[in-house]
Design a protein around this ligand. Structure first.
Ligand code: G1P
Length: 297
C-alpha cells in the first residue's frame, strides 16, 4: 500500500533580490496577492491536499513569516470587542496548530536541493511534498491535490509539469519524457536549466513535488549542479537513473510565476478580477486603463 503524503517542505530561505528594495525588510513570501501573503496560498493548497505537517526552510531575516503563522491575541481581542466576527474568522484561519509547523534554518544559500536536504530529519522515512510558494497555481482542484490523487495510482515520485516556450527552458528543470500518457508522463531524465538547444523537451517542472525518501538520500550536498547550486533536479534525475518510478503530471490550472515582477503583477490582476468584492470596480478601472496603455505604447 502506498503511504499517505502528510508532510510538506516549503523552501522559503531565498533572498528575494528580484523584489528589492521591498524584500530588504519584507520576506518575499509575505508579499501580498490582493490581501493574502504568497505563503498563505501555498499553505491552503497543502491543506487541501491533506498535508498535516508544514516544514519551512527559512533563513536569517525571515522572522516575519513565523509571526504570520502565530496567533495574534491582542488583535483577536480587539476584533472580538468590536464584534468583527468575519475578520476574526479570517485571522483564525491563518493560525497553525502548535506542533504542525516547524522551522529549519538554511544557513547558506546553496540551492533548492540543499534547502530540501536541511529538512531530512523531520521527513525521516516518509514520502513528502515540496511546494515552492513562488509558483502560484490557480485551479479548481488545487494542484497538489490533483497530484496526490494521481499518486494514489502511481506511487513513486511526481513533479508538476507544464509546457513553456522553447526559448525559456534555461529558467526551469526540464523533463525527458519516456512515455506520454496524457496527464501523466513517465520520465527517463530531467535536466536543470538546459539551454534551448540542449533541452530534452519544452516541458518544465513547476514548483510542486511528491518525493520518496530515496530522493532525499540522493541529495548530494557536495555536488554542485547548474548555477553552482545543489539542485533538487539532480537528485530526482539520479532516482530516474537508478530506480525509475518518476512521473511528470500535467496539472489543470493557471500558473503564475510570482518570483518575477511581471508574473506577480499578472497574478495580482487575475486574482483581483476573480474576487466578487473587487471585480466590478477593478474591472471597470482596467477597461478604462487599457486604451490609455495601448496609446502610450
Ligand atoms: C526551481 C527548480 C526548477 C523548477 C522551478 C519552478 O528553479 O530548480 O527545476 O523548474 O523552480 O519554478 P528556480 O525558479 O528556483 O530557479
Amino acid at each position: 500500500m502506498k503511504r499517505r503524503v502528510t508532510k510538506a517542505i516549503f523552501p522559503v530561505a531565498g533572498l528575494g533580490t528580484r523584489f528589492l528594495p521591498a524584500t530588504k525588510s519584507v520576506p518575499k513570501e509575505i508579499m501580498t496577492l490582493v490581501d493574502r501573503p504568497l505563503i498563505q496560498y501555498a499553505i491552503d493548497e497543502a491543506r487541501a491536499a491533506g498535508i498535516k505537517e508544514f516544514i519551512f526552510v527559512t533563513a536569517r531575516g525571515k522572522s516575519a513569516l513565523e509571526d504570520y503563522f502565530d496567533s495574534a491575541p491582542q488583535l483577536e481581542a480587539e476584533l472580538r470587542k468590536k464584534g468583527k466576527t468575519d475578520l476574526l474568522k479570517l485571522l483564525k484561519a491563518t493560525n497553525m496548530d502548535s506542533g504542525a509547523i516547524a522551522y529549519i534554518r538554511q544557513q547558506k544559500a546553496m540551492g533548492l536541493g540543499h534547502a530540501v536536504w536541511c529538512a531530512r530529519r523531520l521527513i525521516g522515512n516518509e514520502p513528502f511534498a515540496v511546494i515552492l510558494p513562488d509558483d502560484v497555481i490557480d485551479a479548481e482542484t488545487p494542484c497538489l491535490k490533483q497530484m496526490v490523487e494521481a499518486y494514489q495510482e502511481t506511487g513513486g515520485n511526481m513533479v508538476a509539469a507544464m509546457e513553456v516556450p522553447a526559448d525559456k527552458t534555461s529558467a526551469y528543470g526540464v523533463l525527458d519524457v519516456d512515455r506520454d500518457m496524457g496527464r501523466l508522463m513517465s520520465l527517463k531524465g530531467m535536466v536543470e536549466k538546459p539551454a534551448p538547444d540542449s533541452a530534452p523537451s519544452n516541458l518544465a517542472v513547476i514548483g510542486r513535488y511528491i518525493l520518496t525518501p530515496s530522493v532525499m538520500q540522493n541529495i548530494n550536498r557536495r555536488k554542485q549542479g547548474a548555477g553552482g547550486e545543489i539542485q533538487l533536479t539532480d537528485a530526482i534525475a539520479q532516482e530516474i537513473a537508478h530506480n525509475g518510478g518518476v512521473y511528470g503530471y500535467r496539472f489543470e490550472g493557471q500558473r503564475y510565476d510570482c518570483g518575477s515582477k511581471a508574473g506577480f503583477l499578472q497574478a495580482t490582476v487575475a486574482f483581483g478580477l476573480a474576487r466578487a468584492d473587487l471585480r466590478d470596480e477593478f474591472g471597470a478601472f482596467l477597461q478604462d486603463l487599457i486604451p490609455h496603455a495601448k496609446a502610450a505604447q
